[in-house]
Design a protein around this ligand. Structure first.
Ligand code: AR6
Length: 168
């Protein structure tokens, strides 16, 4: 089941939440900053040992003080006009996050809209990639949550997933 909600991802009691991180994995702004703040300083202590993360890849940590058991840190591409394999890299973020979740027996997983904040990826194009990937992995998980930060994103995802009465 793929569910769309509007919430702060740090509050979700799921097996894993996904973090839209950067290559250093040492925290930052946006959802990354919120996750580090809510998980506590033990998270940074741990991510310092991971040696960073390539764009399009994903790494696992405990959720520390979060209600979620795990955090999957993935690094989305910076939008550069669409000419630098951004779509492949964004798709890889979702795929690698799902693979890591599956291999760790994670059944419920929540994603933010990776790359669509500071990294500037156009929201609709990013949501098409995200929802296509979520559909591919839907049968392997009990619950996939799209955790939107605003109402416009909720409407966008609902439309793409066919959950809304509005025409796409
Ligand atoms: N819960 C759910 N979604 C959120 C939250 C939250 N608490 N906070 C923000 N969002 P961004 P990026 C949404 O900028 O574009 C950081 O500095 C937000 O509205 O967090 O991948 C990292 O360290 C947007 O839709 O991530 C990197 O340097 C989405 O999360 C860089 O930003 C992603 O926005 C990554 O940029």
């Amino acid at each position: 089941m793929i569910k769309v909600i509007q919430d702060d991802i740090t509050t979700l009691k799921v097996d894993a939440i996904v973090n839209a991180a950067n290559n250093g994995l040492l925290g930052g702004g946006g959802v990354d900053g919120a996750i580090h703040a809510a998980a506590g300083s033990q998270l940074l202590k741990f991510t310092k040992t991971l040696g960073g993360c390539e764009t399009g890849d994903a790494k696992l940590s405990s959720g520390f003080k979060l209600p979620a058991k795990y955090i999957i840190h993935t690094v989305g591409p910076v939008w550069q006009g669409g000419v630098c394999t951004e779509s492949e890299l964004l798709s890889q973020c979702y795929q690698r996050s799902f693979e890591l979740a599956y291999s760790n027996n994670i059944k419920s997983i929540a994603f933010p809209a990776i790359s669509t904040g500071v990294y500037g990826y156009p929201k609709k194009a990013a949501a098409v990639i995200a929802t296509n990937c979520m559909r591919q992995y839907e049968s392997k998980f009990d619950e996939i949550i799209v955790c939107c930060f605003n109402e416009a994103d909720v409407e966008l995802y609902e439309r793409l997933l066919g959950n809304s009465s509005q025409a796409a």
